[in-house]
Design a protein around this ligand. Structure first.
Ligand SMILES: *Cc1c(COP(=O)(O)O)cnc(C)c1O
Ligand SMILES: [Zn+2]
Length: 393
């Protein structure tokens, strides 16, 4: 049964479809987004969700799922910690190291939401929980997904729990730790030689005969990401001014945008926080487009990077991401491989063992703080997107 409160919308062409439309793309090939047909209800804070992860405490903001369809492994409800002192310690302000402590108390705040405390070790569980619940609801028994690692692990785990047989296509070069994890969840691993894009092409070809459970395209994956915004609002209210994301396919960035937009539309906030997409110089189709004022991601030649979780050369939702950045008043920027490693090491010394990709967003905070785009009163939230444990395998 479709949930009449929602529609599927192409944010680029403006075309809309009923929420049970079988395709995940508009005729132009843009991935669709689940949006409200009506004003969202008032935000009611976290509600009891017995036996389910904390994500489901906001189920009144999510589409209805048939009784028994929800697949939960304890996702959502991640804490945030204030890492301002460690983050500012790396800001080159020219004032000298002695000024660090003063800067930390006077300058922008850096709050880290510890998203790697998720069932499979990354924030991708938010989207996998809602996408696979939907798949279970509509009776899918077989699916394919393609991923460089964390999304594959998340989709494998939830499909396993739902009894859905899943093939996960991965680049032959992905981290060994993540591949072991996919197999442990009972999914079939398909190693594809060549680039990340070759992996997607192989999955798309296989999907023609089955169901494509794509974390970059499926609207029900994006919808779970909205809970990132609801959780921040529940604990920080209107204090958050800026949201930074290590951005590949942009699922967390877009989910957070739509989640915050719900809160604005329901009358709780005056505006969505500014969104910043942080990319590595080695793979920056969005930041390049932003710098040139374009509406579509720029075709790029990807170089090797320590930030493998964001090495997406052609993000399917690229145009939608650029639109969200513009609507929020934020932007996109790149950081170098050295800065990424530096950010990664800073997090480690702060007791936070995240995967190297996460160093990107700390580096992005430092850039924005150093060049004054994050003002003294800014409260920025960065997600620690993936666990260091599996990436070291
Ligand atoms: C997937 C992933 C990202 C990028 O998220 P998108 O939603 O694709 O932009 C960042 N960090 C880690 C660890 C990831 O697994
Ligand atoms: Zn379209």
């Amino acid at each position: 049964m479709p949930d009449q409160r929602f529609k599927l919308e192409c944010r680029i062409c403006g075309t809309t479809f009923p929420d049970d439309h079988p395709k995940h793309e508009c005729p132009e090939g843009h991935p669709l987004t689940l949006t409200w047909r009506q004003e969202p209800p008032r935000f009611a804070g976290p509600q009891a969700a017995p036996g389910k992860g904390a994500l489901w405490a906001y189920d009144y903001y999510l589409p209805d799922f048939a009784p028994g369809a929800v697949v939960s492994l304890g996702e959502g409800g991640t804490p945030w910690v204030d890492i301002t002192a460690a983050a500012i310690g790396g800001v080159k302000s020219g004032a000298g190291a002695g000024a660090d402590a003063a800067a930390a108390s006077n300058g922008p705040k850096c709050l880290a939401k510890v998203e790697f405390l998720a069932p499979t070790g990354s924030f991708k569980d938010r989207g996998a929980a809602t996408m696979v619940s939907r798949m279970k609801e509509i009776g899918i028994s077989q699916a394919v997904e393609d991923s460089s690692g964390n999304a594959g692990a998340a989709v494998a785990a939830y499909c396993g729990a739902a009894g859905i047989q899943c093939d996960i296509f991965v680049p032959a070069s992905a981290s060994a730790g993540k591949l072991v994890q996919v197999e442990r969840y009972g999914s079939h691993l398909v190693r594809v030689p060549g680039s990340r894009e070759d992996t997607t092409q192989a999955a798309l070809a296989a999907a023609a005969g089955t169901y494509y459970a794509s974390h970059n395209r499926h609207p029900y994956f994006l919808v779970g990401m909205k809970t990132y915004a609801y959780e921040l609002y529940a604990s920080l209210g209107d204090k958050v001014t800026d949201l930074l994301f290590p951005t590949g396919g942009g699922s967390l960035l877009l989910g957070a945008f739509y989640g915050y937009r719900d809160l604005v539309d329901a009358g709780h906030l005056a505006r969505v926080p500014r969104l910043w997409a942080i990319q590595t110089q080695s793979c920056a189709p969005l930041a390049e487009a932003w710098a040139r004022g374009l509406n579509e991601p720029v075709p790029i030649e990807k170089r090797p990077t320590a930030a493998e979780g964001i090495a997406v050369a052609a993000p399917p939702r690229g145009a939608e991401i650029l639109l969200a950045l513009r609507e929020s008043g934020g932007g996109a920027l790149t950081v170098g491989e050295e800065e990424i490693m530096d950010g990664y090491r800073t997090l480690g010394r702060s007791g936070l063992y995240a995967e190297t990709t996460t160093g990107t967003v700390l580096a992005g905070f430092r850039r924005l703080a150093a060049d004054g785009r994050l003002g003294r009163d800014a409260v920025a939230v960065i997600p620690l997107t993936g666990s260091g444990l599996k990436a070291s395998g």
